[in-house]
Design a protein around this ligand. Structure first.
Ligand code: LLP
Length: 416
C-alpha cells in the first residue's frame, strides 16, 4: 500500500498499524488490507463517467461487499458463493451482475430469486435456460488480443468465454434474446483479459462492439443502452512494472465511443467497467514468518510459513513479487535468494532471486506487497494447510475481516 511508512527500527507501519504488532497479535501468514488505499481506488474509478462494477473474484467477503456498496460501486459476481456473500452483506441485488460461462440452474434460480439486476449471458444455450423477467447483457468475444498471459486472455477467438462476434454467434444470441419478451436486452459485454496495459486493445473492442450495436439497431430497431468493457486493468507488482494508465484510458475511451457512435448514427451507450485487480491488489500485502534458511551450494533458500496455498499466482502465471524484511533493521548487504513456500512441490517458489539482507534468519518477518487481489480468493488448503486470515488496517486500528481457518475447520468437512 502507498500508505506504508518505514520506521527506523525496521518496522513497517500501514495506516497507523505496526506490521510487527499485527503479526504478533494475529499470527502469520496473514493478508493485510489497507482500507484507505482500497477506498482511494474505488474513488479514482468512481470519478470516471461510467458505472463501475467491482469484480468480486479479485477478493470478496461480506465486509468487502459492504465497502463496495458504500463507495457506490456495482458488483460483478461469478458464482453462487459470491452472490450469497454479497446478498448476505446486504449488497443491493439490483446493482449485481451475474457472470459465468457455466452458470448452474441453481445459480440462475438464486439470481432470479434475489432480483439480481443483470445476467451476463455467455452462450446460446444459456438463453433458453433463463426464466422470468430479467435484464441481460450478451458477452461477446470481440477477437481482440489484449497481449497478456495466455491463462487470462479472454478477448481472442477460440475461447470458452462469450459468443463469437466474427463467427456470427453473437448475432444469433441477440436475435434469440430479443425473441423472448420476458428478457430485456440492455447491452453488450466483453472482457479482454486480465493484467492488460494496452489501451489500444480497449479502443479496438469499442470499435467492434459499436459496429455490432449499429448492426443490431438496423436489423432489430433496438438501441441498447449499455456497453460493458469488462476489467483487466494491470497493476505494477514490482518496481518498474508497467501499469494500466487510467487517466489515458479515461481520456481516450469515451472519445472513441462518441466518435464511433456518431459515425454509425447511434446515441452513445452508458459505459460499465469491471475492475477487480486494479481496485484491490495494491491495498494488500502478505505477512510471512521465516521458518528456515538453507544455504545450498547454488543459492540460499528462505522458507516461509505460507506459499502456494496462499499465493498460487507465482507458480501458475510466473508472477513476480518482491519481499521486504520487517521488524528489525539490518545493515547486512542485500543478496539474491529464493523465497520458497512450505508446500510439497519444488515449484513452490514464491520469489525467485528476492533481494534480502544476507543475515536473514529464522523468525524474521517478511512482507510481500501487492497481494490484495487473487490471493485470498485463490487460496487453497493444499497439504491441508489452513487458509490465512484477512486483516484490515485503517486509522491506527486493525480489524479481522476473515478469521484464520483452523485445522478443526478442515476436519469439519471430513467424514470421521
Ligand atoms: N470481468 C470479468 C467478466 C472477468 O472475468 C474478470 C476477471 C474481471 C472482470 C476482472 O478482471 P481484473 O480487473 O481483475 O483483471 N486469477 C488471475 C486473474 C483472473 C481474472 C479472471 N477474470 C490472476 O490472478 O491473475
Amino acid at each position: 500500500p502507498d500508505a506504508a511508512v518505514a520506521m527506523p527500527s525496521g518496522d513497517l507501519v500501514v495506516s497507523g498499524v505496526s506490521l510487527t504488532e499485527l503479526a504478533d497479535r494475529f499470527g502469520t501468514p496473514g493478508y493485510v488490507l489497507d482500507l484507505p488505499t482500497l477506498r482511494a481506488q474505488c474513488r479514482a474509478y468512481r470519478a470516471l463517467d461510467a458505472e463501475i462494477a467491482y469484480a468480486g473474484k479479485a477478493f470478496l467477503c461480506r465486509r468487502m461487499a459492504r465497502l463496495i456498496a458504500e463507495e457506490g460501486l456495482s458488483l460483478d459476481v461469478c458464482s453462487g458463493g459470491e452472490l450469497t456473500t454479497a446478498l448476505s452483506a446486504g449488497f443491493p441485488a439490483e446493482r449485481i451482475l451475474l457472470h459465468g460461462n457455466a452458470k448452474t440452474d441453481a445459480e440462475l434460480r438464486a439470481a432470479a430469486h434475489a432480483g439480481v439486476g443483470r445476467v451476463v449471458v455467455d452462450s446460446l444455450a444459456e438463453i433458453d435456460r433463463l426464466s422470468g423477467a430479467q435484464d441481460v447483457l450478451i458477452r461477446v468475444t470481440p477477437g481482440v488480443d489484449g497481449h497478456t498471459h495466455r491463462a487470462v486472455a479472454t478477448g481472442v477467438e477460440d475461447q470458452k468465454f462469450g459468443v463469437s462476434l466474427a463467427g456470427g454467434q453473437a448475432a444469433v444470441a441477440v436475435a434469440r434474446v430479443l425473441a423472448r419478451p420476458e428478457l430485456r436486452l440492455v447491452g453488450l459485454h466483453c472482457h479482454l483479459g486480465s493484467q492488460i496495459t494496452d489501451i489500444a486493445a480497449y479502443e479496438e473492442a469499442v470499435r467492434r462492439l459499436v459496429a455490432f450495436l449499429a448492426e443490431i439497431a438496423v436489423r432489430h430497431g433496438a438501441a441498447l443502452p449499455q456497453l460493458n468493457l469488462g476489467g483487466g486493468h494491470a497493476v505494477a507488482y514490482c518496481p518498474g512494472d508497467a501499469a494500466f494508465d487510467l487517466r489515458c484510458f479515461a481520456s481516450r475511451i469515451p472519445r472513441v465511443l462518441t466518435d464511433e457512435c456518431r459515425k454509425h448514427g447511434l446515441l452513445p451507450p452508458r459505459l460499465t467497467l469491471e475492475p477487480g485487480r486494479a481496485i484491490a491488489a495494491r491495498a494488500g500485502l502478505t505477512l510471512y514468518r521465516v521458518v528456515t534458511v538453507k544455504h545450498s551450494s547454488a543459492r540460499t533458500y528462505v522458507a516461509v510459513d505460507g506459499g502456494f496455498s496462499d499465493n498460487p499466482r507465482a507458480e501458475l502465471y510466473g508472477a513476480r513479487y518482491t519481499a521486504r524484511l520487517v521488524g528489525r533493521f539490518s545493515n547486512a548487504q542485500k543478496r539474491a535468494m529464493h523465497v520458497v513456500g512450505r508446500h510439497c512441490e519444488a515449484g513452490d517458489v514464491l520469489i525467485p532471486d528476492a533481494q534480502l539482507p544476507s543475515d536473514i534468519r529464522t523468525g524474521d518477518l517478511l512482507a510481500v506487497p501487492c497481494t490484495g487481489a487473487y490471493h485470498h480468493s485463490m487460496a487453497s488448503t493444499y497439504n491441508l494447510v489452513p487458509r490465512p486470515p484477512v486483516l484490515t488496517v485503517d486509522d491506527g486500528e486493525a480489524e479481522l475481516w476473515v478469521r484464520r481457518e483452523t485445522e478443526d475447520d478442515i476436519l469439519r468437512r471430513d467424514t470421521p
